[in-house]
Structure formats: structure tokens, C-alpha cells
Design a protein around this ligand. Structure first.
Ligand SMILES: [Zn+2]
Length: 346
């Protein structure tokens, strides 16, 4: 049985790479709560081995932080559906559908015209899976969104005519929304498999230990499936630039901020390997600038930001990782790498 995150903390063991840290080996940082401006501080520790950060004083009750003013819970699924239908005119839908079909270059083109927005990141992650489908000679037909909030990703896929099954789960939903495929449920209540499991900015929110979470993710992912993780990442320029004022912390809701190395290690221990990763376009740098000026996330949402500089968006510290199972990777290695004489031996 895996340990709880509290046990790892008490034993001075990094909950991500599981290495014991002697003496004062952990770097500690006090991080202010900056979503709502509660005038609170939380202690985070950085592992000297893998570079991941973890929250030390995890609150017993998070209801003060996840409520209807929290950004991903602030609308109802009906309102999200209405908003999406209004936003996506014929042409916009066409662009998004092209990206979903695997023409990811369209997304870059779109970004260069300065019209990038969050929805494109959702779709771009899935576009990256088309190559895997081709290589595995398989169609991904079931998608699970873990920590779906009020369902923007699920509803967007429905709007774009995604033909497979698409479900979202989130323990913080107010109720089941069966008509939209959204369920008030935790990851640990699931007992079936999916072709694609997506975590859109939810992995860093779990209060269960990473080992327990990753073991469950491995259990519900099909042998040929893909695990898509979009997260704030500790191995990024933005993290060093803004330190405790980086929007990547979002204390105390982000309990673990994985480094790339930490992610690779925990995935490998759970029978998965990295297939692809990339830096996303995101507004995070702007939020961090706002934090420096004492502007909370809640206030920021009322400020209209207009950013033309894509480098700012690219230096966001938000990344997308795609993992596949070891056996599937082994298949690819045999089928393709040896075929093309890339020198990998048995
Ligand atoms: Zn570590």
C-alpha cells in the first residue's frame, strides 16, 4: 500500500522521486495565496534530487478555495455550452476541426495572427495523438477528462463533432450533468479503461500521494492509449523568474509542481514512458506579473489583456506531456526504429 502524501512529508521523502532528503536538504519557500487575496501563506518544499515542489501544510478542507468563484467552476455546463456555441462561428469551428484532425500547423498559424486562446491548447494536445493512432493502427474512441471543471474541454469536443465517447469527471462539480457527459466523481471511483486520459491542469491539484494517483492512471489507461497531462512545470524559466510570485504555485490548490525529471521518474515507475512534450502558449506570465503587483487572480479576470508578443505566451511555464505505456513504446521501437536502421538493438 502506498503512503499518503502526509507520510512522505513527515519522513522527509520527496513524494515524486521517493528519495529521502537528509538534514536541511529541502529548499523551503513561503508562497502567498493569490487567487482570492486571503492574506495567507503556505510552505512549499523543493526536492534537491528531482526539482519538484510539494505543499507541506496541506489544508484539511479546500472548500474555501474551490467554490463558484474558482475559475473552472464559475459557470454551469449549460452556460459553457451556450458560450461555446456563440464563440464558434462557422470559420472558427472549421479551424478547430482541422487542428483536431491532426493539422497542428494550423494552430501555429492561428497563433501567429495573435488569436491564440485556451481552447486551442485543448485541441492541439489531441492533434498530437493522430500520429500515435497511425503508428498503432488504432482509432482512439474513448476520452476521459479528469478534473473537468464545468466541462469546457468535453463540451468543446462535442461541439466539434468528436465521434467517440467523451466523459468528464470532477469531485468539485455540484452534481452529475448526464446530458453533457459530466459526472461528480473522483478518479478513484472509476473501474474501466479509456483510450485517452486527459488531465487539463488537474494533476497538480490532487491531495492523494502522486504514487497513488499515477498507479490509478495506469490502471484506467488502455494498453495502446495515451495519457495527456497539461500542467504548470517546475523546470521552466517562468518558475525561476517569478519565484514565490509565480502563478504556477496557485497556493494552496497546487499541491505538487512536477519537474520534467520528476514526471519522467514517476511515469516510469508506473509503467509509462514519455512520448512527446512541448511548451504551451498560455497567459501564465501575465498572471505572474499581476501577482508581483499584488493583483489577485480574481481581480485579474476583470482586466482585459492584449498580448501581441508570442514569446511572453510561450514562456508561460505551462507544458503538455504525452505518455504511453512501456509495452506500446516497445512495439514502436521494434516496428519503426529498427526498420529505419536507427541503431537500437534488442
Ligand atoms: Zn524528488
Amino acid at each position: 500500500m502506498s503512503k499518503t502524501i502526509k507520510e512522505y512529508i513527515e519522513e522527509k521523502v520527496c513524494p515524486v522521486c521517493l528519495k529521502k532528503v537528509e538534514g536541511s536538504g529541502f529548499e523551503e519557500q513561503k508562497v502567498p495565496e493569490m487567487e482570492f487575496g486571503y492574506d495567507e501563506e503556505f510552505i512549499y518544499r523543493k526536492c534537491p534530487f528531482c526539482g519538484s515542489w510539494h505543499l507541506v501544510d496541506i489544508p484539511e478542507d479546500f472548500s474555501n478555495y474551490y467554490h463558484d468563484e474558482y475559475y473552472s467552476l464559475s459557470l454551469t455546463p449549460q452556460l459553457v455550452w451556450k458560450q461555446l456555441n456563440e464563440r464558434y462561428t462557422f470559420l472558427k469551428k472549421l479551424i478547430m476541426k482541422a487542428v483536431l484532425k491532426g493539422f497542428s500547423g494550423v494552430a501555429e498559424l492561428y497563433a501567429n495572427f495573435g488569436k491564440w486562446h485556451g481552447d486551442m491548447n485543448y485541441i492541439l494536445a489531441l492533434a498530437k495523438l493522430r500520429l500515435l493512432e497511425k503508428m498503432f493502427k488504432k482509432n482512439y474512441k474513448s476520452v476521459l477528462d479528469v478534473g473537468c471543471g464545468t466541462g469546457r474541454f468535453v463540451l468543446l469536443l462535442k461541439l466539434l463533432g468528436f465521434s467517440g465517447e467523451i466523459l468528464g469527471i470532477d469531485p468539485y462539480l455540484d452534481q452529475d450533468w448526464v446530458e453533457f457527459g459530466l459526472f461528480k466523481k473522483s478518479l478513484f471511483e472509476l473501474n474501466r479503461r479509456f483510450d485517452v486520459v486527459v488531465l487539463n491542469h488537474s494533476l497538480e491539484h490532487f491531495t492523494e500521494s502522486p504514487e497513488i494517483v499515477w498507479s490509478k492512471l495506469g490502471e484506467i489507461l488502455d494498453d495502446w492509449g495515451a495519457l495527456v497531462i497539461r500542467i504548470p512545470c517546475a523546470s521552466t524559466h517562468q518558475f525561476y523568474l517569478y519565484k514565490e510570485k509565480t502563478h504556477l504555485f496557485q497556493a494552496p490548490t497546487h499541491t505538487i509542481i512536477y519537474s520534467i525529471e520528476g514526471l519522467l521518474q514517476i511515469a516510469f515507475r508506473n509503467n509509462m514512458v514519455l512520448w512527446d512534450f512541448y511548451n504551451e502558449h498560455s497567459w501564465n506570465s501575465l498572471h505572474s506579473e499581476a501577482y508581483l503587483s499584488g493583483i489577485t487572480q480574481k481581480e485579474f479576470s476583470h482586466i482585459k489583456a492584449d498580448v501581441k508578443n508570442l514569446h511572453v505566451l510561450k514562456a508561460s511555464g505551462v507544458m503538455c506531456f504525452i505518455f504511453i505505456k512501456k509495452n506500446a513504446f516497445e512495439y514502436l521501437r521494434k516496428e519503426y526504429l529498427q526498420k529505419y536502421g536507427l541503431g537500437l538493438k534488442e
